[in-house]
Design a protein around this ligand. Structure first.
Ligand code: PRT
Ligand code: ZN
Length: 285
């Protein structure tokens, strides 16, 4: 029996969330102390623990079938690999940052400058697209200290909250791209492995949909039901149940997280009361 081999980060920002996602998909990994390879207990997978930068190479070589890592790493190192699914965690930006006291005029600010980065390929593309000539200086860690020690006039790095830039006297000048964790795959030939991947994706979609939606229950007078139902997006149509109190109904529906507050305000205005909002564990549509 074949097993789908999934590479995830051994330790770092992605590891816990990758394991949690697999767990939410019903996959428990038997080896808790993270040797290189561990077997999934109740699903035909093997988990390969690696440094995130190494995962694209392992997939390209066919040692791993799929992997979880940041889009930033895919763009820097993932020749011929494809995103199978975006995973919604480890969101960050890849930005150009410059000393705080300097005025940023646009990409031409970088002309003739030296820029420190751990992502030379993405930066090179960006500079070419903007027809800027600049020297790319590749360093592996602590990119943010390069300007203060006189190594470079700007940096290109990952930014999340921006506090690392701030504490190093830098400011974010331009967001070049946005990144999040992704499930990436190579070319899987084995049909059994393909089927396992299909099953895994079915489960992942259900978990990810659940994470980005909320279940909402509310009470409303019957004469405002039409208005309320028109506001609710729902999966199909909302469930409407009569309450013991005559002239009132309860409405159940699903709301996408990113539109949640906007919709809740509209519902209240339309006469909804006693709103309950419940997290969704999984959603199969
Ligand atoms: O050891 P290994 O090579 O596996 O790990 P790593 O050190 O290369 O990566 P790791 O664990 O730091 O990050 C893994 C992935 O998380 C990255 O490739 C990104 O896709 C994603 N990610 C999300 C981040 C951040 N947010 C982040 N803030 N990766 C790094 N940072 C760093 C950034 O480099 C900078 O130093 O955090 C600092 C900035 O954070 P703020 O909040 O101060 O702006
Ligand atoms: Zn890394």
């Amino acid at each position: 029996m074949q097993k789908l081999r999934i590479a995830i980060q051994k330790s770092g920002r992605l590891s816990e969330k990758s394991l949690q996602l697999l767990k939410d998909c019903g996959i428990n990994v038997s080896n808790g102390n993270r040797t290189l390879l561990a077997a999934g207990k109740n699903f035909p997978v093997e988990i390969l623990y690696l440094r995130d930068d190494d995962i694209p190479g392992y997939i390209a070589d066919g040692v791993a079938d799929v992997g979880i890592f940041g889009e930033n790493v895919l763009l820097e190192k993932g020749n011929d690999l494809e995103i199978i699914s975006k995973l919604g965690f480890a969101r960050c930006r890849m930005s150009v940052a410059i000393p705080r006291n300097e005025e940023y005029s646009g990409p031409e600010f970088l002309e003739g400058k030296r820029i420190a980065t751990s992502y030379p390929r993405i930066l090179k593309n960006y500079l070419e697209e903007n027809k800027v000539n600049a020297e790319i200086h590749e360093i592996l860690g602590s990119v943010e200290i390069a300007p203060s020690i006189g190594l470079s006039g700007a940096i290109f790095d990952i930014v999340s909250t921006g506090s690392t830039l701030l504490s190093n006297g830098l400011k974010e000048a331009e967001v070049v791209l946005k990144s999040e964790a992704v499930l990436v795959g190579g070319k899987i030939k084995d049909s059994e492995k393909k089927q396992i991947l299909e099953k895994l994706l079915f489960r992942m979609n259900a978990v990810l949909k659940g994470r980005t939606n909320k279940y909402v229950l509310l009470n409303a007078p019957n004469d405002s039901l039409d208005k309320i139902i028109s506001i609710l997006p729902g999966m199909k149509s909302p469930t409407v149940v009569p309450l013991a109190d005559k002239g009132w109904s309860a409405v159940h529906s699903v709301i996408a997280e990113d539109r949640f507050w906007e919709i809740i305000d509209q519902l209240k205005e339309a006469g909804a009361q006693g709103l309950l909002v419940v997290p969704i564990e999984k959603m199969v549509i």
